[in-house]
Ligand binder design. Structure first.
Ligand code: S3P
Length: 429
């Protein structure tokens, strides 16, 4: 499905954003491993977290949807998972595949994990290597790609694992496998990535010489997961940028997750001069939340370097859109990981910027963008590459054009943000 985006005179309104995708996945997985019932409010309606629910059900976990985005999970405990009679279909979701692989390897329940075309083209080597060291047998396509058939003969071996890539999925995968071991698995993190796993599982953490050491073993109790999930900061980021770059904007986003390992894009936008206010700060379970409001702003250029990339990894495409409207040259570096997402997001952004008529250079690890506060994107058909975050970035860019733009395969926004196009209409009507 193509979606047309007409230029907006005004962007105004208050939006109920979708629930956080990363926390939704984890809440369902951890509630399944807890011994007892958890009631999770504001569970995401997006496709990816529902892939996780389907997989947990196939592993024998009873999950009821009670209405109003509340789910009740009858946790079976870490030794209660059942051998699935069919493949575990992770759909488009890298988080489902990588985290669940850790649980499957740890539990010893044999299973085969599959994914859609995009997920089957994303390397799984990063998780196959440590899980194999821990004692899992993993049969992958061409060694590195899904489908992954995972089984285990002996007990799970502990692992001392300095993270070779700043990835929360990799960190979580190893820690989840470690939960099934008698001895402690240690993950050593140098650059901070999102910390929902260690927060929600309340795992032991030590800080040493600027490094974070997180441990997991069978002796860690898996807590009940009854809380309200915050709204997704990554969804908020599209409107924070739209509100900042548009000349007539006032947007309010209530109860957004404000975990400091997720809000790098907010810090970046504030440094660029975006008028964002944070109010009603509080918490939902183990996670901080706040209301955000944004209004039209004069943006300055910015440099994003490798150290802050994990903190804004999913927001880089929309930050690139913000950079187009800044008064000068912005640079993104150390972001090679973007080439391994639902699509190669640096190539996809370069294509979008070319079509928009932007002045930019693509590098192996990022982009340099020559911004102009008066920039007017050429009305174009932007390819989403069937990637939700590329589609939403293109839509925000299209709002700033003088004529109608088109976004291809626009339905892919449902992966993380099913009401995106409705919300866009709410703001523009
Ligand atoms: C996620 C981690 C990030 C992020 C993804 C969600 C998670 O991936 O891009 O959208 O929930 O752990 P990486 O761990 O590959 O950086």
């Amino acid at each position: 499905m193509n979606q047309d985006v007409t230029p907006a005179k005004v962007l105004q309104g208050t939006l109920k954003l979708p629930a956080d995708k990363s926390i939704s996945h984890r809440s369902a997985m951890f509630a399944s491993l807890h011994e007892g019932t958890s009631t999770i409010n504001n569970f995401s309606t997006a496709a990816d977290p529902h892939s996780t629910l389907d997989c947990m059900r196939r592993l024998g976990v009873a999950i009821r949807e009670l209405g109003d985005n509340t789910i009740e999970v009858e946790g079976v405990g870490r030794d209660g998972l059942e051998t699935p009679s069919d493949d575990l279909d992770c759909g488009n979701s890298g988080t489902t595949m990588r985290l669940l692989s850790g649980i499957i390897a740890g539990s010893g329940v044999p299973a085969r994990l599959t994914g859609d075309e995009s997920l089957s083209a994303r390397t799984m080597k990063r998780i196959i290597d440590p899980l194999s060291e821990m004692g899992a047998n993993i049969d992958a396509r061409k060694d590195d790609y899904a489908p992954l058939a995972i089984s285990r003969n002996g007990p799970i071996a502990p692992l001392h694992f300095p993270l070779p890539i700043a990835s929360a999925q990799l960190k979580s995968c190893v820690l989840l496998a470690g939960l099934f071991g008698d001895e402690e698995t240690e993950v050593i993190e140098t650059l901070p990535s999102r910390d929902h796993t260690e927060r929600l599982l309340n795992l032991p953490i030590q800080k040493e010489n600027g490094k974070k050491i997180i441990t997991s073993s069978r002796s860690d109790e898996i807590p009940e997961q009854s809380y309200r999930i915050p709204n997704d900061f990554s969804a908020a980021a599209f409107w924070l940028v739209a509100g900042a770059i548009h000349p007539e904007a006032e947007i309010t986003l209530p109860k957004v997750g404000m975990n400091p390992t997720r809000t790098g894009a907010l810090d970046i936008l504030k440094k660029m001069g975006a008028s964002v206010t944070v109010s009603n700060t509080g918490s939902e379970g183990a996670e901080p939340v706040a209301d955000l409001s944004v209004s039209s702003s004069a943006l300055q250029p910015i440099t994003i370097t490798e150290d802050i990339v994990p903190n804004c990894i999913d927001e880089i495409p929309i930050l690139a859109v913000a950079m187009l409207f800044a008064d000068g040259v912005s640079r993104i570096s150390g972001a090679e990981e973007l080439r391994h997402k639902e699509t190669d997001r640096l190539t996809a952004m370069a294509d979008m910027l070319t079509k928009a008529g932007a002045d930019f250079t693509e590098y192996e690890d990022g982009l340099e963008i020559h911004g102009d506060p008066q920039f007017s994107p050429q009305p174009s058909t932007f390819s989403s590459y069937d990637d939700h975050r590329i589609a939403m970035s293109a839509a925000v860019l299209g709002l700033m054009a003088e004529n109608t733009c088109r976004v291809t395969e626009a339905e892919c926004t449902a992966i993380s943000y099913p009401t995106f196009w409705e919300d866009l209409r709410t703001l523009t009507n």
